[in-house]
Structures are given as C-alpha cells and as structure tokens.
Ligand binder design. Structure first.
Ligand SMILES: [Zn+2]
Length: 477
C-alpha cells in the first residue's frame, strides 16, 4: 500500500520546502519534487503544510483518582489527540503504593491495549525509591520505559524527599534513563492550604493562591541542584511560572543538563480564569496552577530562544458537572487537571507561528521533534525522513476554527478554551501510513496504536539537552 502526498509545503524542524512525500507501507519512502508512483493513493496537499505528527509527552489517560478515573481512556483520548494532529503520546504509568514497577507497567499496557488509535509509550511515576526499585528501573529501561517521574509535591501521596530524589537521579544516570520532575514545594503548599482552609478561604482561586510561583521556582532550583550533584540530566515537566524559568535559564547558562516543557494552558490562560462566576474557576484547577498573564510572554520567549525545549499538555480531564463538584466546599478536594490533548497543535500554531513569536520550524521542533529526541523516539518519530514512521499531518495554516466542548472529541463536558478562535487546522492525519482522520471523520480502528519501546538516553544521535533551536528568528509561515 503506497500513498503519495503531492504539492504540499513540507515542514520539519530544519527545513521548509515544496514537494511530495511518498509513503510505502508504514514508513516514509522518499521526499522530493515531482515524485511519481502510479500505484499510490494520492493526497493533494496544495496550500497545505505537511508536518510530522505531533508528539504529546505528558498525558494522563484512564488515570486513577480517588476511586474514579480521568474521563478520557486510551480510546477516546487518542482519538481526540488524532483529531488535533497528535499521532504519538507518552502517558504516565503510576506505581501503586508499595507496588512494583512491573505491575504498574502491566496495568498501563492493559489500559492501552485494544483501545489506543495512535502509538504510545509510557513514563513511570515513582512513589518511593529503594535499591529494589532501582533494580526494577533497569528492567523497565529494557522494556522501553526510559523516563521516570518524581514529585516534590503532594506529601503523603507522591512526595519524595531530597535524598530519594538524589538516589533516583544517580540510578537514572547509570542506566540511561531520564528523571522528570513535578517541581513544586509540596510541604510549603500543604501549610498554605491548611492556613487558607482555616480562614474559610475555600473557593477555587485559593488553589492558585496556595501554590505560589516561588514554591515552583524553589523546587525547580533545588532539583536542578540535586541533578547537578548526581551528574544526571533532568527534565522539568509543566513549567508554569516565569520565576521557575529564571532558574532553568540560570542553570543552563552554567551548563546544567536541564530541560523543561511548558503547556498551552500556561500560555493562553491565567489566574483570572479562577475568578469566573459561580464555581467555574474549578475548571482550571490543575497543578501547577494558572499564573499571572503579565509574565506569560516570558514563557513564549523561552520557547523561541531554546530555554524551554518542548510543549506538552498534561491532559488530565475531569467533568465539571460531576468530578469537579467534589470541591464545592473545599478547593483542595477539586480533582486536579484539565483537558488539552486535542487543542495543543492549533493553539500553539496560532499563538506561536501565526502571531509571529517563532518560526513554523521551531513550532514543529517544540511539538514533535524535540520531544522525540528527548524521549528516545527519534528518528522513528518526530520528523519526515526516509525510514521514519509515516506519522504525518496535512495542516491548513489558513483555516480558522472555534474551540468548543460542543465540537471537541475529548470525553469531557467543558473546554478551557471555549469560544476561542484559532488559525491553523489539522485536516488529514496519517499514523504509520494509514489515514486515520479525513474530512472531519475518524477512520481508524481502536487498538491499532502500538506500544513504543523507547531508546535509553544517549543511544540516539542527539544530545538532547544540547539542542538549540534550528531557527530562533521570529518570522512567520
Ligand atoms: Zn501531569
């Protein structure tokens, strides 16, 4: 089965050129001008961009939370991802309290099997560190789980002390794994939450007020220092505060091997959303919380100039009409998380490329190529090149669409970007050569997505923390 994508503008992290893409089976066979393949199905990409499928390295599908689960499972979540131009995800498997990593890995494999419609990998969340867990980490690396997430937040649940974090970093360094960190000072936040509740401050906005930017900056700085002490690279997930970016920038200037992602919610929404009437602020309760709009431009600048390496979503949907209501009388009981797996590509094209903040090549790099490099998927994923998986999006840079819960495909009853009109729409989406989205319809089959064994750190051709933007100029399209 061959497919020929004709007359498009092919965009990778490095290049923009007019041409055709020939796909043979599941992989890209050739790129060039005037390609011929009489036996191929032809897709016309005139006036369209042909980009690598997006890669979202931060999702929480079917995630257990207080007896319930995040509302998108691997079927609804990956279908929504595909509609949004994302053809690969890395989801977080979670070690149970006292459980083995193997058991968590098997549990998440079962969650995805028969459901996922695009390819997927797993990170593993550690709740503790011990020699036994360190031994298991190496077994997981052999299974393709090459990144582990630790928390400085959520005491009594995911919180790890500095000694455990330091030991896990050292172990990761030795086995070619990457430590990812959720950096907020959980002990300080717990004290602030207790004070707020004692005062009777129970509304959603107090979620943000009890998780101040400095609590993120402090933990970010501390874990970067622990990584430097261990001689290990570090990836900071969902960086939200400019104060934390200041710490990443300073450490990178010293040569620290630290990378960081941010998410669309921290670029487009702000703590003013917590003031929405009634209880609507609960829609935006996530951790870290939304920040001041005044410093958002610093995150955009960080994305442009290479201080931030990736854009992911932290997609973790809960219904407003039911789940979020658990915190009506107490913000600390509102399930943390919001939907975003479907809107990432259009939002960041609109705010990044169409608004002139960075080039289209940088956009591809932030949403696909760099995540693939950092997490051991490159060059199989994250670019359009002979031999790469034909995960490709035909993207209409001129089309506009209005985001709404009435039309989105995520299994959740609200959209944080409701009513926002964006420029740039993924139209046709291919996953390993198969057209799975066309003319607004999903054509794939649940379960067609495959588990991705990711490569250890340093195994690929790139040294991810050394990557600089291919093009940091603010040109558009
Ligand atoms: Zn998360």
């Amino acid at each position: 089965m061959k497919t020929l994508i004709k007359n498009g503008t092919i965009v990778t992290a490095a290049d923009t050129f007019r041409g055709d893409v020939l796909i043979d089976g599941e992989t890209v066979a050739a790129l060039g001008a005037g390609l011929q393949a009489p036996d191929a199905r032809v897709l016309d990409a005139r006036e369209r961009m042909v980009i690598p499928g997006g890669i979202d390295v931060h999702t929480h599908l079917d995630m257990p939370f207080g007896g319930a689960f995040s509302t998108d499972d691997f079927q609804t979540g990956t279908i929504a991802a595909a509609f949004g131009g994302t053809t690969c995800i890395v989801d977080f498997a979670i070690q149970e309290a006292g459980g083995t990593l193997r058991r968590a890995f098997d549990t998440w494999q079962r969650k995805a099997a028969g459901k996922a419609v695009v390819d997927y990998g797993f990170h593993m969340i550690l709740r503790a560190y011990s020699d036994a867990i360190g031994a298991e980490m190496a077994e997981l690396v052999a299974q393709g789980v090459t990144s582990f997430k630790l928390f400085t937040a959520y005491p009594g649940v995911f919180y790890l002390d500095d000694g455990s974090i330091f030991r896990a970093l050292g172990r990761a360094r030795d086995i070619g794994a990457l430590i990812c960190v959720h950096a907020e000072n959980g002990l300080v936040i717990a004290a602030l939450v207790q004070e707020a509740l004692a005062r009777g401050d129970v509304a959603p906005r107090f979620h943000a007020l009890t998780r101040p930017p400095l609590a993120e900056a402090e933990a970010t700085r501390r874990v970067i220092r622990l990584a430097q002490l261990a001689g290990a690279p570090l990836y900071v997930v969902h960086l939200s505060a400019a104060e934390a970016l200041d710490e990443v920038r300073a450490a990178r200037a010293e040569g620290a091997q630290v990378m960081a992602e941010t998410c669309p919610q921290y670029l487009f929404l702000s703590h003013e959303n917590y003031e929405e009437p009634g209880f609507a602020g609960a829609k935006y309760v996530m951790s870290p919380p939304l920040r001041s709009a005044a410093r958002q431009e610093e995150l955009w600048r960080g994305l442009r100039n290479g201080e931030l390496q990736a854009i992911a979503t932290d997609h973790c949907p809960f219904n407003f009409a039911s789940d979020k209501q658990l915190g009506r009388e107490d913000f600390s009981k509102i399930p943390n998380g919001a939907p975003g797996i479907e809107t990432r590509m259009s939002l960041t094209y609109d705010g990044g490329v169409a608004a002139g903040r960075f080039s289209v090549n940088r956009w591809v790099e932030l949403t696909a190529t760099a995540p693939a490099r950092i997490f051991g998927l490159f060059p199989r994923k994250g670019t359009i090149a002979p031999g790469s998986d034909a995960d490709i999006v035909i993207f209409n840079p001129g089309a506009r669409t209005t985001i709404s819960a009435r039309t989105h495909h995520m299994n959740v009853d609200y959209n944080p970007y409701e009513g926002r009109t964006v420029t740039g729409v993924p139209e046709t989406v291919l996953s390993r050569g198969e057209v799975i989205i066309e003319n607004g319809r999903f054509l794939g089959k649940p379960g067609r997505g495959r588990y991705l064994k990711r490569a250890p750190q340093g195994a690929g051709e790139a040294n991810p923390w050394k990557t600089v933007p291919q093009d940091a100029s603010p040109r558009t399209r």
